[in-house]
Design a binder for this molecule. Structure first.
Ligand code: F6R
Length: 609
């Protein structure tokens, strides 16, 4: 995520950049910085912490003065939040300064080449590689230098660049990350979203992938990556500030649901090598260490716990290592059987959840090696665990998790494959097949979004429900628990998830005419069983919404309504199955006029027991 602003005009850039960054703070808030063209030099000031910390640093120290500058507010991916890792980054010669959103997937390879050539890096970021490449490719022509550099990058980026030889120009470019160029009476802006510049203008050019803009004080020229000029249409936005922060969506929850293809891609792609195998070089687990684990314990709270339940099926099936999954709040008090032959995996979006942190500490105390799966870089759980794998979902603002859950699933799938390769339970070619399928998940999630209107209509029929039940078996049951939580926490409809086979052992007595049931039928192997359960419920008057894989007519034959999801490998199905369930929860809450982003009594980060 992160936020970018740039200004080239007639006014003093520093206050404009700082005010713009303040508006972008919701996109990232662990460090920030600005670069201003000041007296023939690019002056960079940056600071760990919030924009207020940067303001104070500038106020206490040197205030850069100039009418051209770029700024950035960071949400850490590569490297902890720190002054050094904050953007902008200078090139080695300090001729260029760069701000960047996104993830440069081939940064490690490029960095190695640059290190061999003698470049010295001052940060752990992928962005600094872009700055160094600008020096390496410098041909005396700013645009050509940027274009050559872009051609050497893979991954996602929105970039803003200053060049010391060009006091009148900034260049920006984008691929898979939002970026716009805005026009005002006092000059031109670049911004990762319109929020940053709404105080000055509503007129903007929305940049598309692989477009580059050369932004002067009163001129803007657009090019494709071959350097050919392209024409673009100036647009006028009508959003107010709150709508702009949400990218035009009415709530953060739906914005974050819609961001899942990008979040999944960002979490997955950098961990895949060019020859299609998984590389988790952010962790220090060797094959021998993995083979030495007799058991894996997964702990988490709420949705993170639900990810653990899915992961149990995936790890046990692929790697054949026994897995236990615990609620963190239970684990810490159950005298768990954990020792040096156990790997304890703690899953947490915030990295600060009190029970998960204490569970981690308990596991460490008992001698277990620990690995965390965390979204917030530098958080307590990430810092205290032996290894950490980050989910690169970006900041999640809505209290109900969506994109963090989805990226946690991806990391756990990658871990399962890594473990399976180490134990030999999976051949490299079988692993490659799963990874190839994983690569298609973002596109398949986008396909589910085509049914958003249909799901919204189904949600309307949920508006006046008092109860809803989700049923499924195995991995579908694990998804059902999350689907049920999504519905109840935002819409306040009581809901429960049951393993289909358990219904007859008590729960079926709850069913009466009109009871709403959602039957999750993604698990190909057990779909017939779940369909039979659904039939039993319908016979007692239940209304059944089926979730089924495209082409499965059995479910259509019995259910009142069916939402179809694209086919993928059974172990990956949860990544698709959960998406319509998130949409169902969201639209039901909207229909019931609930406070979707901040449901009553809930907090985003639960830092007390
Ligand atoms: C539900 C939700 C919560 C969190 C739980 C753990 O939508 O967001 O159940 O999953 O509070 O939080 P983290 O992942 O920050 O440890």
């Amino acid at each position: 995520m992160c936020g970018i602003i740039g200004y080239n005009g007639t006014a003093d850039a520093t206050p404009l950049l700082l005010d713009g960054l303040q508006k972008l703070e919701y996109r990232g808030y662990d460090s920030a910085g600005i670069a201003v063209y000041d007296n023939d030099e690019i002056d960079v000031v940056k600071s760990r912490g919030k924009i207020e910390d940067l303001r104070q640093k500038i106020a206490k120290g040197h205030v850069p003065h100039g009418t051209l500058g770029i700024g950035h507010t960071r949400w850490a991916t590569h490297g902890q939040p720190s002054d050094d890792n904050a953007h902008p980054h200078y090139s080695a010669s300090r001729k260029f300064a760069v701000v960047h959103n996104g993830i440069i997937e081939n940064f490690a390879e490029r960095k190695e080449e640059l290190l061999k050539k003698g470049y010295v890096f001052h940060s752990e970021t992928d962005t600094e590689v872009v700055a160094m490449l600008l020096d390496e490719n410098d041909c005396g022509d700013f645009l050509r230098t940027v274009l050559k550099t872009l051609s050497q990058l893979t991954g996602s980026f929105a970039l803003g660049v200053l060049c010391q030889d060009e006091p009148e120009t900034m260049i920006c470019a984008k691929r898979s990350c939002p970026l716009l160029v805005a026009v005002s009476d006092e000059g031109n802006y670049i911004a990762s979203d319109i929020t940053a510049v709404l105080a000055h203008t509503r007129h903007m050019y929305k940049m598309e992938d692989d477009e580059v803009a050369v932004v002067g004080k009163d001129s803007i020229a657009f090019y494709n990556t071959d350097g050919e000029p392209i024409g673009k249409q100036l647009e006028t936005v009508t959003w107010d500030v709150s709508a702009a922060e949400k990218g035009g969506y009415p709530h953060f929850m739906i914005k974050e649901i819609m961001e899942q293809p990008e979040a999944v891609r960002n979490t997955f792609s950098p961990r895949i090598t060019e020859d299609g195998t998984v590389k988790l070089d952010d962790i220090d687990l060797t094959d021998d260490m993995i083979r030495g684990f007799h058991k894996i314990n997964i702990v988490g709270c709420g949705s993170a716990y639900h990810v653990g339940l899915v992961a149990r099926y995936v790890i046990e099936q692929l790697a054949r290592i026994p897995v236990e999954v615990d609620l963190a709040s239970e684990f810490r008090y159950r005298y768990p059987l954990v020792d040096e032959h156990t790997l304890t995996i703690v899953i947490s979006q915030s990295g600060e959840t009190a029970d998960s942190l204490e569970a981690l500490r308990e596991a460490k105390r008992l001698g277990s090696r620990t690995l965390s799966v965390v979204n917030v870089v530098g958080s307590s759980i990430a810092t205290e665990s032996d290894d950490v794998l980050y989910t690169w979902a970006g900041p999640e603002i809505s209290v109900a998790t969506t994109k963090a859950y989805s990226t946690q699933l991806i990391v756990m799938d990658l871990l399962a494959i890594r473990f399976a390769l180490a134990t030999g339970a999976l051949s490299p070619s079988a692993a490659a097949e799963i990874l190839a399928e994983m690569e298609k998940l973002p596109g398949k999630i986008e396909k589910i979004f085509e049914q958003t209107d249909k799901i919204e209509r189904i949600a309307e029929s949920f508006t006046f429900l008092h109860h809803a039940y989700f049923i499924g078996r195995n991995i579908d049951y694990a998804v059902g628990l999350e689907a049920s939580l999504k519905l109840k926490e935002v819409s306040y409809i009581h809901s429960e998830a049951y393993a289909g086979g358990e219904l007859k052992h008590g729960t079926i007595s709850l069913i009466e005419p009109g009871t709403q049931v959602v039957a999750l039928c993604g698990c190909e192997r057990l779909v017939d069983k779940t369909v039979s359960n659904a039939k039993e419920l319908m016979a007692r008057g239940a209304h059944v919404l089926g979730i089924a894989v495209e082409g499965n007519t059995d479910v259509q034959n019995i259910a009142d309504k069916v939402i179809y999801i694209p086919e993928t490998l059974p172990v990956l199905q949860p990544s698709l199955e959960i998406v319509p369930m998130q949409l169902l929860g969201y639209y039901t809450a909207v229909a019931r006029k609930c406070d979707v982003d901040q449901p009553r009594n809930l907090a985003k980060s639960v830092t007390v027991e």
